[in-house]
Design a protein around this ligand. Structure first.
Ligand code: PLP
Length: 349
């Protein structure tokens, strides 16, 4: 069955939730950019404006994760990812607000403009008071093992760490993006548009939640994930499984098949965390036509995917499409060299 917006909200209201995000975020028409890419009417869902230490999708995710952590009476959270992780920055900020200690284990393995440059997300992690360990690992099993070991150490010492159990954390985070899809659809109705598609940078909970929202609310448009990273597992199946677990958590009967997840890995090259030419073009074009900032790792690539599909004729000129802007703004400063070189200064005639 499909659910109304109010019914979906009611089901989700059963879960503990800690308010962190500035909601609803605006759904903004970008006419100069739409014209510049020769496209349909493009709208941007401004989740870069969720607040919480410079915005992004993890403000929504963390409303449910912090709700769960507080419900379980946790007093510390051990978290980790890359040195320039937006996730860690917003999670550390959420901990600060909720009164939990935060221990971040950040992997320098991977392009992040030098791990020891205290800039961008790493700077903000420090400012919001996270305890930070920088290790040589890449994001993946080795880093996850270290995080679990550290949490176990805190537990042995009598602390109450919030355990990073993917079966709990991923679906909880996804629920917040089922709500986001509902928000976009309600705003679209107010604006008198019917989006043909929504594009997002995701290979995880964000995309899983949007897919769940699409299924639960019966949205007939495209929800397309532009993957920023290729995980060592079947991402499509993982997103469907996460959406299905999330549905169970909130007590709705929506269940998705793997084939219902629309995801492309085409925009990852030259690699996770490395800006492509299309990404740099997207960042430059949106900044110079609308004054809106994309980031070089996630949203720039999502927009590059949307531009590519528009130029390939996927959408009618009078259609409306939405880019869900998931944030990442602080990484701009950590990638200053790449951006300054890849996006030349504008010269006036
Ligand atoms: C700015 C930004 N966009 C998108 C994503 C992808 O989110 P998810 O892992 O929920 O798919 C991330 C993940 O860290 C991110 O930082």
């Amino acid at each position: 069955m499909t659910y109304s917006h109010a019914q979906l909200r009611q089901h989700i209201a059963r879960l503990p939730r800690y308010p962190l995000a500035h909601l609803p975020t605006p759904l903004e028409f970008v006419p100069r950019f739409s014209k510049a890419v020769g496209g349909p009417r493009i709208f941007i869902k401004r989740d870069d404006c969720t607040g919480l230490a410079c915005g992004g999708n993890k403000a929504r995710h963390n409303e449910f994760l912090m709700g769960d952590a507080l419900h379980k009476q946790s007093d510390i959270l051990v978290w980790g990812a890359g040195v320039q992780s937006n996730n860690c920055r917003q999670t550390a900020a959420a901990c600060a607000k909720a009164g939990l200690d935060c221990h971040l284990i950040l992997g320098r393995g991977g392009p992040a403009n030098g791990p020891d440059v205290v800039q961008g997300n790493l700077l903000l992690d420090q400012l919001v008071g996270a305890y930070i360990d920088i290790v040589d690992d890449m994001i993946g099993p080795e880093l996850n093992r270290r995080i679990a070991e550290q949490a176990a150490k805190y537990q042995a010492a009598g602390r109450r760490p919030y355990m990073w159990d993917p079966d709990v954390v991923k679906p909880l985070a996804a629920i917040s993006y089922a709500l986001c899809l509902s928000e976009v659809l309600e705003q679209s109705t107010e604006l008198g548009i019917d989006p043909a598609a929504m594009y997002v940078s995701s290979a995880g909970s964000t995309g899983a939640g949007l897919a769940l929202g699409k299924g639960a609310l019966g949205y007939l448009g495209i929800v397309r994930n532009i993957a920023p990273i290729e995980w060592p597992w079947d991402t499509r199946a993982d997103l469907a499984a996460t959406a299905n677990q999330a549905a169970k958590l909130i007590g709705i009967d929506t269940q998705l098949e793997t084939s219902e997840i629309d995801i492309t890995f085409d925009y990852i090259p030259p690699g996770y965390g490395e800006a492509s030419a299309g990404c740099l073009e997207a960042i430059s074009l949106l900044a110079r036509t609308e004054g809106i900032l994309l980031d070089p790792i996630y949203t720039g690539k999502a927009m590059a995917g949307l531009i590519h599909d528009i130029r390939g004729g996927r959408f009618d000129r009078d259609a409306s499409v939405v880019l869900i802007h998931t944030g990442g703004t602080p990484a701009l400063f950590a990638y200053a060299d790449v951006l300054a070189e890849g996006i030349p200064k504008r010269k006036l005639a």
